[in-house]
Design a protein around this ligand. Structure first.
Ligand code: FES
Ligand code: FE2
Length: 451
């Protein structure tokens, strides 16, 4: 039983939230248990480990995890901790191997997690049962169209049930072509001294900060700087004037989507968007056949930010996928991957990877701006008086719009619906006694708009 009243820390009526959720170490410990030990978490993509023996390392909460395609071609995930004394059995970030050999005393585990060899086994052990000393597996690992997720929860919703109607939006990226999406190269990684929830809410919903917080960056990257457009994403040059038509926030509990609906503005921040748009338009007719008119024309190519609770963001326009790994209440690691449909020509992929590096790579100019705010918001409550303040997420509350796809939509990307939904789900998960209670009650189903 937690000592906190999570109904009080997040007030869904007044939309006020306690600042303690960003710094309190005991709340953070509750998060590791209630959220990261139970939710489905993104582990990687098939394109990263295509062959038997391929592996990568990632985190589930603060647990170091190895994701590996075994000799039998099955993808499994294991805690990166030796069953002897707990040393890491894998130091590399990715690679290919038949065995993970512990650097402390040399126990070796095969790529299906079994303990395969123990130095001096016969000389020093009696009645030794290797079969009981394999790597500790992540309870369930499942795949949705190439995306590998894992959960430590033995019971509760399957992955597809957990993703729910979010698959309607995910498929714009994952199912636009028969080949599907791929992650290109290795991720950019950077550790930032802020609470993990802040970069999540920023990426999934905060269209408000873009033209203001990134005003300097915009002068050197993208079309604002080059004067090619009077407005970008509906916001006027110099942050004056705003047109919210053809844009939305959508809550698909427990997940969220922010999107423009013009099918092209995803490339608004590119220095060199023409080759990307040329490829997109060539590709679009076949994508419309697969996805239907609404998704093929309005969503494909738009600036679309998908938030899969708790810590995965897929950003179509910027062609990146990122995962936020918590590192204590006041620090997180962001892993940012470049992504593209597999059918994307090499010269377009090159532009994409360069753009991701410039904007949200380790030294990316947009990542740098956002890191500063995240740090300040996390650490200002070190002061006792500041700690008594509350944060407010009341923007566009009650505004609704018609939208054919699943979820409840509200107009504009300058909106706080996605952030409110993220914290409502955070609260639900912190309060849920069983894993089955993590998902919200099913809201009324709309007919999926494929036509
Ligand atoms: S800790 Fe791994 S072999 Fe001893
Ligand atoms: Fe930002």
């Amino acid at each position: 039983m937690s000592k906190f009243d999570y109904n009080e820390l997040i007030d869904n009526e007044t939309m006020l939230q306690s600042r303690s959720i960003f710094w309190d170490p005991d709340i953070y410990q509750d998060e590791l248990k209630q959220i990261f030990n139970r939710c489905w978490l993104f582990l990687g993509h098939d394109s990263q480990i295509p062959e038997a023996g391929d592996f990568l390392r990632t985190y589930m909460g603060e647990d170091d995890v190895i994701v590996v395609r075994g000799e039998d071609n099955e993808v499994r995930a294991f805690l990166n901790a030796c069953s002897h004394r707990g040393n890491k059995v894998c130091q590399a970030e990715w690679g290919k191997t038949k065995a993970f050999t512990c650097s402390y005393h040399g126990w070796a585990f095969d790529n299906m997690g079994e303990l395969a060899a123990v130095p001096l086994e016969e000389e020093v052990y009696d009645n030794f049962d290797r079969s009981k000393l394999g790597l500790v597996p992540v309870a369930r690992v499942q795949n949705y169209k190439g995306m590998i997720f894992g959960t430590f929860a033995e019971e509760g919703p399957d992955l597809v049930e957990y993703l729910g109607d979010m698959t309607y939006y995910l498929d714009v990226i994952l199912d636009a072509s028969p080949e599907g999406m791929e992650l290109i190269g290795t991720p950019f990684r950077v550790e930032i001294p802020g609470n993990w929830k802040l970069p999540v809410e920023n990426a999934i919903g905060d269209g408000y900060h873009v033209a203001w917080a990134h005003a300097g960056a915009m002068r050197v990257v993208g079309t604002i700087g080059q004067g090619r457009a009077e407005t970008v994403l509906g916001i006027g040059k110099d942050n004056t004037g705003y047109d919210d038509s053809g844009q939305m926030h959508v809550a698909i509990p427990p997940h969220t989507v922010l999107s423009t609906l013009d099918g092209q503005s995803g490339y608004a921040l590119y220095d060199n968007p023409e080759p990307c748009i040329e490829h997109l338009e060539k590709f679009r007719p076949s994508a419309i056949e697969r996805l239907g008119e609404v998704r093929g024309k309005q969503l494909l190519g738009s600036e679309m930010h998908m938030g899969v609770f708790p810590n995965l963001q897929i950003i179509q326009g910027l062609n990146l996928l990122r995962v936020i790994h918590p590192k204590g209440p006041g620090s997180f690691e962001v892993a940012t991957y470049s992504m593209a449909d597999k059918n994307t020509p090499a010269h377009v992929k090159e532009i994409i990877v360069k753009h991701v590096g410039q904007t949200f790579g380790s030294a990316g100019i947009l990542e740098g701006d956002d890191g500063d705010f995240t740090e300040a918001i996390t650490h200002s409550p070190n002061g006792y008086a500041t700690r008594q303040m509350k944060g407010w997420l009341g923007m566009a509350a009650g505004r609704t719009m018609d939208w054919e796809g699943p979820g409840d939509a509200s107009p504009g990307i300058v909106n706080e619906l996605c952030q409110r939904e993220f914290y409502a789900q955070w609260q639900r998960t912190m309060l849920a006694e069983t894993t089955s209670e993590i998902l919200p009650e099913k809201i009324e189903q709309k007919e999926a708009a494929n036509g």
